[in-house]
Design a protein around this ligand. Sequence first.
Ligand code: GLA
Length: 396
Amino acid sequence: MTDVPTPVSRARAAFRKAFAGAEPDGCWWAPGRVNLIGEHTDYNDGFVLPLALAQGVAAAVRVRADDVLRVHSRQEDSTRAVRLADVGPGTVEGWLGYVAGVGWALAQRGVDVRGLDVAVDGNIPIGAGLSSSAALECAVALAWNDLGGFGLDRNALAAAARRAENDIVGAPTGVMDQMASLHGRAGSLMFLDTRSLGIDQVPFDLAAHGLALLVIDSRAPHALVDGEYAERRASCTRGAEALGVTALRDVGVAELDDALARLSDDTLRRRVRHVVTENERVLEVVRLLSSGADPREIGPLMTRSHASMRYDFEITVPQVDTAAEAALTAGAYGARMTGGGFGGCVLALVDADADAVTNTEEAVARAYADAGFRPPTQFVAAASDGARRVTMRPRG
Ligand code: GLA
């Protein structure tokens, strides 16, 4: 935990520039995530298996005596301000909502939330489905908690960050991204039961097996605030109601055929089938990895997950299907879209040697060029530690 991500020093420099040479009280860092498997299961009380990335968001923060929140974003190249008393559902537009929303959600818990001056910088692509927004929320939530001495644990901070996203920004997401950003661990996958919020860290040492997880940013336009995510979520609620269960998590694969026979609507049947089979795939991946199996064995489960998202949940787009297919044709052991869908990134499990990684990257780039898509960007994921305060040597 001694490494200091580059955006931290940039956020600190931006803080001085934006706030008349003042020094922040401290700097906080929170990572983005990719989800290895378990998509659209988190709001169904189900299972997810994300890892925290090495890329994320840094926040340089100073606490204020009043209730004004001023936030400078290096990416947006602007500074915005709001009084915390004025923040509520529907009151804050755009990116400021992620930060102001966390303050609002913490205040809803009854803690004494003061204003902040904040400068943020990040090295995670925005809108690529890598949870840049959760990283921003979590960096700020941790800073507020530390500076305010609230003593909230990380699950409470994840819940506050999720409320910011749900109630202030208006994206009806689950809690996976915030939990991954706060609880991620280097070299591990975070196996989360989203009902109990119980976590098992599953060792994920791909390098020891000569493997790498390639992240392919499809660069297809991606927006969670639009209606599709909410529509899928509503279908799942309808499915659970029709089946008389609290959440689709309560339907096991053994009961799936019976459950499907009780649903009259074909689309709803496919939505339910995705969630039930996806939960089972997460459990199977965890079983394989925990029993010391060769991680190559999880490849087919990743690929089946993609097919389920493509045909049953219908959340993929041509760019991500092309990327997944090209990676598989080039020899990947498994490939699947990760995240909410309608764009975002594809994960490919590939051999780690430079030739294999380059070969896959080139195959994807060629397939993209043939299809006339904007070139994808690609990088190898490193499972990294979750959010933390970063100590830096004082400026000398
Ligand atoms: C987005 C949401 C998560 C989760 C995924 C799909 O990332 O923020 O809560 O629902 O989509 O698995």
